[in-house]
Design a protein around this ligand. Structure first.
Ligand code: KG4
Ligand code: ZN
Length: 338
């Protein structure tokens, strides 16, 4: 059988990325052009700024992915691209580049869901074992996803308000930390000796849903109270208190779901899975529980195209194809492809 090579493109938010993946498991090249320095000035992602950066970078990034892989378009099997969710203007830059490339070189197109991509970053680390439970924690999503086989997704819990990454970024802003705030809070929390006691949102007893807006408000109220009393807050203590609350809720609900659904593997995915506190907590809990736990290396936790290529590889085999009428779907739902 011939090797399968997928060129993948990801432009859903603030990274312009292209990668080439061999047989769904091996990264041949993986290029990410980040806009973080430019978005920092605004304290978050400005959609128009993101789109403009993608336009400037996309051709260069695709060429670099081919060059690093030492490959020609004729060596490729298919072109994959993130169809959604994400910023519509940003998505469209990647989708149009993918369409043009696929049309010019007579290659099939594969439309990929961004979260399926985050989950499949783990397929680049170790083979997936089913049933599998994925904790997806990113800037836009917080979900527990049950997978019974490749391409089958059942969302068993999700956030009712803010995503975990969003809460990190907002709390970081309260502490005057630059965007994106997650890594800064993580570092401060590691340095802290003790944390402020902030609430945990467990919701109803059997619920796998999450809520982070109450915790975010608790941090903001704490800062206001201290300001009114003319007292300085200790950023390390606040960061640790916040992170302990997020990590305890995420870990506890993931463990309960892993037990209930009797899964063979637990994986973490998305930007917040780069968090040291969360990685350590999940590793310890699942080692004790004797359920194999995998989390991608940091570079594959945050947005990248390698993960899109990994998911697309399984979609290609399952016969999923897009066409030139493909559009950016900012609110695309995670649906099974089998
Ligand atoms: O998956 P991602 O790169 O983009 C989305 O699809 O949203 O996730 C970005 C989010 C940001 O909110 C960022 O603050 C958070 O991931 N993040 C972290 C860490 N590294 C990135 N949050 C907590 N701890 C980290 N070390
Ligand atoms: Zn993402």
């Amino acid at each position: 059988m011939n090797d399968q090579y997928i060129l993948a493109i990801e432009t859903s938010c603030d990274e312009t990325a292209a990668a080439i993946i061999r047989n769904g498991t091996e990264i041949v090249s993986n290029i990410v052009a980040s806009q973080i320095d430019s978005q920092k000035r605004f304290g978050g992602v400005v959609p128009e700024v993101a789109s403009r950066h993608h336009v400037e970078q996309i051709t260069i990034v695709i060429e670099e992915a081919l060059e690093k892989a030492n490959m020609q378009p004729s060596d490729l099997t298919a072109v994959a691209v993130t169809e959604g969710p994400g910023l519509v203007g940003a998505l469209l830059i990647g989708i149009n580049a993918a369409k043009a490339f696929a049309f010019a070189h007579g290659l099939p197109l594969i439309p990929v869901h961004h979260i399926a991509g985050h989950i499949y970053a783990n397929a680049l680390v170790e083979p997936m074992e089913f049933p599998l439970l994925a904790l997806v924690v990113s800037g836009g999503h917080t979900e527990l996803v049950l997978m019974k086989e490749h391409g089958s997704f059942e969302v068993i819990g999700e956030t009712r308000d803010d995503a975990a990454g969003e809460a990190y970024d907002k709390v970081a802003r309260v502490l005057n930390m630059p965007y994106p705030g997650g890594p800064h809070i993580d570092r401060l929390a590691q340095e802290a000796k003790e944390g402020i006691d902030f609430p945990r949102a467990w919701l109803e007893e059997n619920s796998y849903d999450f809520s982070f807006s109450g915790l975010k408000s608790a941090v903001i109220n704490y800062k206001h109270n201290m300001d009114q009393r003319g007292e300085e807050i200790d950023p390390q203590k606040v960061a640790k208190g916040f992170q302990d609350s997020v990590v305890e809720v995420l870990t506890t609900k993931t463990l309960r779901a892993a037990r209930e659904f009797n899964v063979k593997q637990v994986i973490a995915a998305g930007g917040v899975s780069a968090n040291k506190g969360l990685r350590t907590s999940l590793e310890q809990v699942f080692e004790k529980e004797q359920i194999p736990f995998i989390v991608p290396p940091l570079k594959l936790c945050t947005d990248n195209a390698a993960m899109i290529g990994a998911a697309a590889s399984y979609m290609y085999v399952a016969g999923v194809r897009g066409d030139l009428a493909m559009n950016g779907l900012p609110g695309k739902e995670l649906k099974s492809w089998i």
